[in-house]
Design a protein around this ligand. Structure first.
Ligand SMILES: Nc1nc2c(ncn2[C@@H]2O[C@H](COP(=O)(O)OP(=O)(O)OP(=O)(O)O)[C@@H](O)[C@H]2O)c(=O)[nH]1
Ligand SMILES: [Mg+2]
Length: 459
């Protein structure tokens, strides 16, 4: 597979000024030369230069499109292999025809993420950096992008290697004392050193893990569920937040039957917001299924907007309150435009404390700014900056860190209980293995496939 020259359309499908077909591999240059007519004479193209001419079908000499071509020779390329890029017109036909004649010349269609996978396998970037490529591509907010770029330039990788290096050193000590059991002093030294280093490393891991939930939310967005009893104004709230009539609103309780999901940007943070069916016991089969989905949305959410109608007497729903648990939650007192006395709000906010209460009117668009502020306050304790230091944004990385943590704690226990050094060595190996999964030092081909299959074709 790695020997093949691969090709793909690297720009998104659809119409655009230009579109790019990219090739990587040892035959890329020959295929590029065979399928391109330079406008002026070129014997050997200079690397990383752009040339004007036409893409042609070498079989019959027919011109396919007017284009620019660049030849980028290894190793200074994205994949560390020879790379050729053809910039033709950005339509489906010019791009697919160009790709077709390239494939006819012996290139193979690239699988999703295969260019980036080669960059990883050829050692130009590590796995965490390769994953950051997709993070940058998919970023929906400035902060998500900033985090992706930090990881791309290797900040997380450096942090991981700062934990890994001292562990490797103590492993060497441990192995020395296994090899030379007669040197008691080596073993004593090793034990002290292992304790010192593992405490240090555990501390660093804790710091990284602590950033993980916030990091994931900043990257993926806050999963927000709008929940409450029927007819309180949940769908109206979704519509006013989106600035469009997305959900059907009527005065009939039980209007929303299905969950509706939309994206929106609040104060620089992406929100994936879900409107749900009002939760109540019902004999209606369709509504009952809707309520079931509401419960699921409630369970999956990072943030809950619990809407109530101030014109009705409010009794907190036990089931909803239990599902909310310790999750960030904002109680929204809706329909304040119909309120005759503000006393009700005072009483309500005392009832729901310490959860914040925001008074709103979805139909009159009151209280929107307060809601935005409350969201940022709830999820990020008021600050949405991507911290100066590094943040873990991937669940895969978080899990690897947690496994490293467990293994290192086992190392400490083993030392404290005076276990034999070879047992300690086993735990140290597990710690290093788990840590190595982040940057890809220790990783099976299956996992590599799985990670890259999430990419788009042409990347
Ligand atoms: N006066 C006033 N009416 C509102 C407000 N918000 C919603 N309504 C009305 O309340 C009724 C119900 O609104 P919806 O948004 O459909 O309520 P829902 O919670 O989505 O209801 P279900 O989907 O049935 O659970 C509609 O007639 C809305 O126009 C508000 O802030 N003020
Ligand atoms: Mg509704």
């Amino acid at each position: 597979m790695l020997e093949d020259t691969i090709a793909a359309i690297s720009t998104p499908p659809g119409e655009g000024g230009i579109g790019i077909v990219r090739m990587s591999g040892s035959a890329a240059e020959a295929i590029g030369l065979a399928t391109f007519n330079f406008a002026s004479r070129v014997d050997k193209p200079i690397t990383h230069h752009l040339y004007y001419g036409h893409v042609i079908n070498p079989i019959n000499g027919k011109i396919i499109d007017e284009a620019l071509i660049s030849f980028m020779r290894a190793p200074h390329t994205f994949t560390r292999e020879d790379v050729v890029e053809v910039n033709c017109h950005g339509g489906i036909l010019p791009l697919t025809k160009t790709l077709e004649i390239i494939l006819a010349q012996g290139a193979r269609m690239a699988t999703p993420g295969e260019f980036t996978q080669r960059a990883f396998l050829n050692g130009r970037i590590d796995l965490a950096q390769a994953e950051a490529v997709i993070q940058v591509i998919r970023a929906k907010t400035d902060i998500a992008m900033e985090l992706g770029v930090k990881q791309l330039v290797g900040q997380l990788s450096r942090e991981v290697s700062a934990i890994r290096k001292p562990l490797l050193t103590i492993l060497a000590h441990v192995e020395a004392s296994i090899d030379y059991p007669e040197h008691q002093d080596v073993e004593e030294l090793a034990r002290d050193e292992i304790l010192r280093v593992s405490i240090l490393c555990l501390d660093k891991i804790n710091t990284l893990v602590a950033t993980a939930d916030k990091g994931r939310i900043l990257r993926e967005g806050i999963r927000t569920a709008i929940v409450g009893s029927p007819n309180v104004g949940k769908s109206s709230l979704l519509n006013v937040l989106l600035g469009q009539q997305r959900a059907i609103v009527t005065d009939i309780p039980g209007t929303t039957r299905d969950v509706l999901e939309e994206s929106l940007n609040v104060g620089g943070v992406a929100l994936t917001i879900v409107d749900t069916a009002g939760i109540r016991d019902t004999a209606d089969e369709i509504e009952r299924m809707g309520v079931e989905r509401s419960r699921q949305a409630l369970a999956d959410a990072d943030l809950i907007l619990y809407v109530l109608d101030v014109t009705e007497e409010w009794v907190p729903d036990n089931e909803i309150m239990r599902a909310i648990g310790a999750k960030p939650c904002i109680i929204i007192a809706n329909k304040v435009d119909l309120l005759l006395s503000v006393d009700i709000l005072t009483t309500l906010s005392q009832t729901v404390a310490p959860k914040p209460l925001v008074a709103m009117s979805a139909t009159e668009m009151l209280g929107l700014t307060d809601l935005e502020e409350a969201i940022i306050q709830q999820v990020f304790s008021g600050s949405v900056r991507a911290e100066e230091s590094i943040m873990v944004t991937s669940t895969r990385h978080k899990n690897a860190l947690l496994r490293t943590h467990t293994a290192l704690s086992d190392v400490q226990d083993a030392i404290n209980l005076g276990y034999a050094v070879d047992l300690i060595a086993i735990d140290l190996h597990s710690a290093l293995e788990a840590l190595g999964e982040i940057t890809g030092e220790n990783i099976g081909p299956d996992l590599v496939e799985e990670i890259f299959s999430n990419f788009c074709i042409g990347k």
